[in-house]
Ligand binder design. Structure first.
Ligand code: AHM
Ligand code: MG
Length: 325
């Protein structure tokens, strides 16, 4: 489609091409996610004014309590999506338990998982942050969702995406038919198609890992990082997963958050961070691994489970996996 097509039009077109029997439910859900993203984007853009207008977690100029942005983002998604009739439940890095769609609201067949504002420690210093989301079809059939609906392998995802609040706000998503990126035009409040059918280069020139933790790694990771340097890759690490992932997706490269002595299971969350990005990278012709297997094959055992993540260009991820063998 031509660049500049609105997200809404693109979604309707995609539904017509790929989901002839569709009810419009899924398309509606993606459109609602985009609405939530616009609200969060607006607040993130004002974050620099917080010192002037009031500090998060304290009181604003009107004496009202100001929410921290990550909790605000969580609330925006919950409020925007819970009464649409598309979902049976949600789960979030910011909520301890499964969030059941309220009894009075219409229920739907989808499960929505999110990291509502990832990398939020970077807000104060004006560095890109993001929201990550993942969508599954429910498996249970009762009035309420059960753990079975949430604890599904990443390969079952019906859709996944992220929003990056950077120099522009972008929404990137997949429903299993390639990866497409849209840039928010703040003047008209629309996401416009800017990156159709994104593919990640087969091999990249960037490696992204927190090298301050070298003494916490085992030999396999040290070997891979030595290899990356020998290949003359350059190091880039924002410390904001969406920003690191997005750059490597477009330019080619590898991101690693391996197990280490402090985080024996890795630090990143399987359901809210690793699985959705793994679905996106595979759809962009890249690869995602735990170091010992395909990330999308991992069946979660609990809601907030952590997982080692090695993700990016196929050749680079394979080279890292070889170090683990
Ligand atoms: P958060 O979900 O609490 O924001 O933490 C996740 C962030 C990721 O965005 C980033 O990739 C990682 O933590 C950085 O961790 P570290 O500071 O250990 O390198
Ligand atoms: Mg996070």
């Amino acid at each position: 489609m031509e660049l500049g097509t609105t997200l809404t039009r693109f979604l309707i077109e995609q539904q017509r091409i790929h989901y002839k029997e569709a009810t419009g439910d899924f398309t509606g859900l993606l459109a609602d996610i985009a609405t939530a993203a616009k609200v969060i984007s607006r607040e993130v853009n004002k974050a620099g004014l917080i010192d002037i207008l009031g500090f998060q977690g304290s009181k604003n100029v009107h004496g009202e309590a100001v929410q921290k942005l990550d909790l605000f983002a969580n609330d925006v998604f919950v409020r925007t999506l819970s009464h649409t009739g598309h979902l049976i439940c949600m789960a979030s890095e910011e909520m301890d338990e499964i969030y059941q769609i309220p009894e009075a609201a219409k229920k739907g067949k989808y499960v929505f998982l999110m990291d509502p504002l990832d990398g939020s420690s970077n807000i104060d210093v004006n560095i890109s942050i993001g929201s990550i989301f993942s969508i599954y079809r429910r498996k249970s059939s009762g009035e309420k969702a059960t753990e079975e609906d949430i604890l599904q392998a990443g390969s079952n995802q019906a859709g996944a995406g992220y929003v990056i609040y950077g120099s522009s706000t972008m929404l990137v998503y997949t429903t299993g038919y390639g990866v497409h990126g849209f840039t928010l035009d703040p003047g008209i409040g629309e996401f416009l198609l800017s990156h159709e059918a994104i593919t990640i280069p087969n091999k990249g020139g960037i490696y992204s890992i927190n090298e301050a933790y070298t003494d916490r790694w085992d030999q396999a990771i040290r070997d891979y990082v030595a290899l990356a340097k020998a290949e003359k890759k350059t190091a880039r690490y924002v410390g904001s997963l969406v920003a690191d992932f997005h750059r490597n997706l477009l330019k080619g490269g590898i991101f690693l958050y391996p197990p280490d002595t402090q985080y024996p299971q890795g630090k990143l969350r399987l359901l809210y961070e690793a699985a959705p990005l793994a679905f996106i990278v595979e759809q962009a012709k890249g690869r995602a691994s735990t170091g010992t297997g395909r990330l999308l094959d991992v069946v979660p055992e609990k809601l907030h489970q952590c997982i080692p993540l090695i993700i990016g260009s196929v050749e680079d991820v394979k080279a890292a996996e070889a170090c683990f063998k």
